[in-house]
Design a protein around this ligand. Structure first.
Ligand code: GBH
Length: 478
């Protein structure tokens, strides 16, 4: 179609979900508990006091979810596997649960039967609790790296004839800093003794970052060594970042924005794609950031992470200075120097709608890491949606506006800036269990009535379906 900007005809678009946020059925068919099962059964963890025991009942309603995907006309679907359904206590020394394998094989087969390509995340935060209890989970390098690789290989063997697109870890920054820094997320460790009984926010997040990088790298090595040739797939990682924009053009604020990018994204992306931590981080964190051994460096350098999975929601303005070293002594705000505010407010304090920042971030990732990009998450929780009557909630004007801005920014990044973008997964298919927010924050393009589990498309689902139909040549219609 002349005059219409478009992605390539192999562009993969769809929605993303995560096991603990949708599945429910925490002990069905031999599943072991994960750290999120344990965490959310402690008092005062979530805003509404609720947990993921039921969520969207997707462990039972999965065929319905796949029909919904089909009705939206997606090319692909990103979802995660629950490690403790597949290996109940997580360990390489223990048994694999055939019922877990059978469940996910049926799920994957059903996607394929409907012409939907599976993008499988191995780890979206639900570590088998037994690994945390027995040796400290992500804190224990020697054990966790081996157990993760064993789990990953179990999945490559069990599903790799059907699955060609793998994502090792989801948002390792959040796993480290929310799980072991603030302690808001599982396993809930922090120096804050009002909130957590144990933990050390100064050291543990950086250990957990380091061990996740190694788990990723050794998994890629295992894929290269034993599966890549026969299965002919690709493997990536989903890293989350804001776009950090300097507050003004003062040189110290320009430098601060780059430092924030280093601390938020470079921390993971530099080792994984370039083989070393950002120098700005070493300078501030010193020995708290572990050095890689020479063997580890070899694995990092030899491995081929095929694509850059990018989870991103918003932009922040950054100024130099700040007590916390978590983002490298910077201060962030949504309010510009002239008092105006960046974009429409959402339901959560940490994000607003600002599409120009998305285009800049896509360019930054492309120019810095030179890998094909899959946007593995992007979405918007409309303010006050949970308190609206159903008939208003499904007319999600602010979410439609957000997606319109973001997908067009991505289209411009692709067609005008030459950024190599291969796919886009909106977060999320369904309203679901939004971690510490419980069910109070809705990110879905599909409304879920949690009392009846009835699913209803919101206007944003229809918008995205129409957009990709128009801008991906040869998209099949639903
Ligand atoms: C993603 O997390 C998750 O992958 C997904 O499971 C989740 O449902 C979705 O996005 C929506 O939240 O501590 O300064 O970073 C997004 C990660 C974690 C980013 C909480 C914002 C709070 C502010 N978010 N974080 S900060």
């Amino acid at each position: 179609m002349p005059g219409i900007k478009s992605f390539s005809k192999t562009f993969q678009w769809g929605f993303a979900t995560a096991s603990y946020q949708i599945e429910g059925s925490p002990d069905a068919d031999g599943k072991g508990p994960s750290i999120w099962d344990t965490h959310t059964h402690k008092p005062s963890i979530t805003l509404d006091g609720l947990n993921g025991d039921t969520a969207t009942e997707s462990y039972k309603l999965w065929r319905e979810d796949i029909s919904l995907l089909k009705s939206y006309g997606v090319a692909a679907h990103r979802f995660s596997l629950s490690w403790s359904r597949i290996i109940p206590d997580g360990s390489r020394h223990s048994r694999v649960n055939q019922a877990g394998i059978d469940y996910y094989r049926a799920y994957i087969q059903e996607l394929l039967n409907n012409g939907i390509r599976p993008y499988v995340t191995l780890y979206h935060w639900d570590l088998p609790d037994a690994l945390h209890q027995s040796y400290g989970g992500w804190l224990n390098k020697d054990e966790i790296v081996k157990d993760f690789v064993y789990y990953a290989e179990t999945c490559f063997s069990a599903f790799g004839d059907l699955v060609k697109d793998w994502i090792t870890l989801n948002e390792p920054w959040c796993v480290a800093n929310l799980g072991y820094g603030t302690g808001v997320n599982a396993p809930g460790r922090s120096s804050d003794r009002k909130r957590c009984a144990a933990g050390d926010s100064k050291t543990e997040p950086w250990i957990v970052i380091h061990n996740q990088i190694l788990a990723h790298a050794y998994t890629v090595q295992a894929y290269d060594n034993s599966y890549r040739e026969t299965q002919e797939g690709q493997i990536g990682v989903a890293l989350d970042s804001f776009w950090f924009e300097p507050y003004d053009d003062a040189p110290e604020n320009v430098a601060a924005a780059q430092r924030a990018m280093d601390f938020r994204l470079g921390l993971l992306a530099d080792p994984i794609f370039k083989g070393a931590y950002p120098p700005s981080m070493k300078k501030i964190l010193g020995d708290r950031l572990r050095d890689f051994t020479s063997e580890e460096l070899e694995v990092l350098h030899a491995g081929c992470t095929d694509f850059f999975g990018l989870n991103t929601y918003t932009t922040m303005l950054v100024k130099d200075g700040g007590v916390s070293d978590v983002l490298g002594h910077v201060t962030s705000t949504f309010t510009r120097k002239d008092g105006t505010v960046l974009g429409t407010e959402s339901h959560v304090g940490w994000m607003r709608d600002y599409a120009p920042g998305f285009r800049k971030l896509l360019n930054y990732v492309h120019n810095t890491y030179k890998k094909p990009i899959f946007v593995t998450e992007n979405g918007f929780p409309a303010k006050g949606e949970n308190d609206k009557p159903f008939s208003d909630a499904i007319k999600d004007t602010d979410r439609v506006a957000y997606f319109r801005g973001y997908v067009n920014a991505m289209l411009d990044a692709h067609s005008e800036d030459g950024v190599d973008i291969r796919g886009y997964f909106a977060w999320s298919l369904l309203d679901n269990f939004e971690w510490a927010d419980g069910y109070t924050t809705r990110f879905g393009v599909t409304y879920v009535d949690f009392a009846t589990q009835e699913r209803t498309p919101k206007d944003s689902a229809i918008f995205l379906t129409d957009f990709f139909k128009k801008h991906v040549p040869g998209q099949r219609s639903s």
